[in-house]
Ligand binder design. Structure first.
Ligand SMILES: Nc1ncnc2c1ncn2[C@@H]1O[C@H](COP(=O)(O)OP(=O)(O)OP(=O)(O)O)[C@@H](O)[C@H]1O
Ligand SMILES: [Mg+2]
Length: 246
């Protein structure tokens, strides 16, 4: 937790996005530096749309987004350099091998080639992909692709990591590797924002949890605080109670 006056990792104010009907409908959110924040919500609640706006892939209709104090609308390149976004359906280039892919992504970010090589090696090792270094990614399993995409997101050492359902489809060992990686990012002072439908992940990893419903933040806090607000015993009870249709 920061003690100085540094701006938060993410500040969202009055965010709206409509696709005919509202997907994000007046969202306010603040994520502190060095925090692991989990965004939960039912299918269609607006989580992915929110993350896509924060990552600069989709323009908001109304609202303000600040990444580490940088206004995304005013300085999009500067803001985007400080973050990484891992979509829920990451795209890889099938005709590249893992190193080639990571070198390519590092090049896009302007990472020094030597630094990129060392980082790529460390990430592939950590994610247990080194033994597949000489294979084309088109032959990778879904989980392997997801891990490589995560390595790609981390290659430029971003301060703010934004991950859309990063653990879906991973086996237990891979999920553990990814969780450890996220915790180590936070331990080094980085910030992680993730969405998940695996409530146990939010329960175990997140310092704070935000619950979105119909494009709005309807509850937020530590697990203990959320439990206090409801009579629920588990996060699942809390979640179901808060997101139940009226
Ligand atoms: N490109 C798009 N075109 C039309 N509608 C969209 C588009 N993207 C999102 N929506 C709509 O916006 C709403 C929010 O979708 P979003 O993907 O943000 O939800 P989510 O919380 O990520 O859901 P899930 O848990 O299923 O991933 C949904 O009603 C969806 O149909
Ligand atoms: Mg989604």
């Amino acid at each position: 937790m920061t003690t100085n006056d540094a701006p938060p990792a993410l500040r969202i104010a009055g965010l709206h996005k409509s696709y005919g009907r509202p997907a994000v409908d007046g969202l306010d959110l603040l994520v502190r530096r060095g925090e692991l924040y989990a965004l939960l919500g039912p299918n269609g609640a607006g989580k992915t749309t929110t993350l896509r706006m924060v990552s600069g892939l989709v323009a908001p209709d109304i609202g303000r987004i600040e990444v580490l104090g940088i206004d995304l609308a005013q300085a999009p390149v500067e803001a985007k350099h400080r973050l990484a976004y891992l979509p829920d359906d990451p795209m890889l280039y099938g005709k590249l091998k893992p190193f080639e892919y990571l070198e390519f992504v590092a090049g896009l970010w302007g990472v020094d080639a030597r630094a990129a090589e060392g980082r790529a090696r460390a990430l592939l090792d950590w994610l247990d992909l080194s033994q597949h270094a000489h294979e084309l990614t088109e032959g990778f399993s879904r989980g392997m692709k997801q891990k490589l995409a995560l390595a790609g997101a981390l290659i430029h050492d971003p301060e703010l990591l934004i991950l859309d359902e990063p653990l879906t489809g991973l086996d237990a060992a891979a999920a553990r590797q990814v969780k450890d990686l996220l915790l180590s990012h936070v331990a080094k002072g980085g910030t992680v924002i993730l969405t998940t439908h695996i409530l146990e992940v939010a329960e175990r990893l997140a310092e704070r949890i935000g619950i979105i419903r119909q494009g709005r933040l309807i509850a937020e806090g530590t697990l203990a605080e959320l439990r206090e607000r409801t009579s629920g015993a588990s996060l699942e009870d809390v979640f179901l109670q808060l997101t139940a249709q009226p």
